[in-house]
Design a protein around this ligand. Structure first.
Ligand code: CP
Length: 325
């Protein structure tokens, strides 16, 4: 059903396709647990191009390919001819002659070029730019949500912007927000997006379009400016720091310049207590502890962040097994 498909945004997948990936991820997780062989990609190779650092993505894709009987080749962009200017469209056509799938972490525009010229499936592993996305992270998140809540329909998800450490000059892009909007809508979940004025992850026009689409699916979506309001009655709190989309690299975002003003944008015990009694707290990691969420919350009973990180492995194995087989 998904053989040969590119995996760029969850907006491109139907509800049935999303459920197929998640069901496959659950089945593969059980196979690992019970030591059952599942070498579905014997003899196949995944090329992994990284233009930015990674812990979870790199290791989980590589381990995943090993468990599926194949091989993953790590290709740091600075070690490729890309670094001296070879066009990505040439890289795409050359790699397509060697490998069976390409995983890419880099810019959104180069990702589109890669997709255009690749004859093997391309899997986005977080793209930065106008079409920012992180579909594999969101699939892992949704696998985790269903494991904990046993359903999707009717759940309330609060996706919250949270402050980053202003002493670390690293600007996180709003990857995963767009995938959350579309996956929540397709799976019948309410989404509350909380962020301060000026931190909307997309233009008002895109947010408006997303609202109309989600509402027509019967899944409410709203943007609120108060973190404490956003989490009331939540089943899931996902926290993430980001700078506005397409934020200039040479400028400092407001939360770096005026950290006091953004101090309340942190997931602490008080925020968690406003969710449902069994609310789960998620973060894609790496987290700025003490700025995105407190140590107490990250290590506390509501946190599922390490289950979420583990599910990167199972969700990506499902994606690879379905599109590269
Ligand atoms: N969440 C995530 O993508 O982690 P890495 O940057 O470590 O891959």
């Amino acid at each position: 059903m998904l053989k040969g498909r590119h995996v760029i945004s969850l907006a491109d997948f139907t509800k049935d396709e999303l459920l197929l990936i998640l069901d496959t991820a659950d089945a593969l997780k059980l196979k690992v647990k019970y030591g059952e062989p599942h070498r579905y990609l014997e003899g196949k190779t995944l090329g992994m191009i990284f233009e930015r650092p990674s812990t979870r993505t790199r290791v989980s894709f590589e381990v995943g390919m090993t468990q599926l009987g194949g091989h993953a080749q790590f290709l740091a962009s600075e070690s490729l001819q890309l670094a001296r200017g070879e066009p990505i469209k040439d890289t795409a056509r050359v790699l397509s002659r060697y490998v069976d799938g390409i995983m890419y972490r880099g810019g959104f525009e180069p990702l589109l070029e890669l997709v255009k010229y690749s004859s093997v499936p391309v899997i986005s592993a977080a793209a930065k730019g106008s079409g920012t996305n992180h579909p594999c992270q969101v699939l892992a998140d949704f696998q985790t949500i269903r494991e904990k809540k046993l359903r999707f329909e009717g759940l309330r998800v609060a996706l919250c912007w949270v402050s980053g450490d202003p002493s670390i000059d690293y600007k996180k892009p709003p990857t995963l927000v767009y995938d959350y909007i579309f996956a929540c809508s397709k799976l019948g979940m309410e989404l509350v997006l909380a962020c301060p004025e000026g931190y909307d992850p997309f233009s008002p026009e895109v947010i408006g379009r997303a609202k109309r689409q989600t509402e027509s699916n019967g899944a409410p979506f709203r943007v609120v400016r108060d973190l404490h309001e956003a989490v009331v009655g939540a089943d899931v709190i996902h926290c993430k720091n980001w700078v506005p989309v397409n934020f200039p690299d040479d400028q400092k975002p407001a939360h770096f310049l005026y950290p006091e003003k953004y101090k309340r944008w942190i997931i602490d015990g008080q925020v968690v207590s406003r969710g449902k009694r069994d609310v789960i707290v998620m973060n894609a990691l790496p987290a700025y502890r003490g700025y995105e969420l407190t140590d107490e919350v990250m290590e506390g009973p509501h946190s599922v962040v390490f289950d979420e990180a583990e599910n990167r492995l199972h969700a990506q194995k499902a994606v690879m097994a379905l599109v590269m087989r």
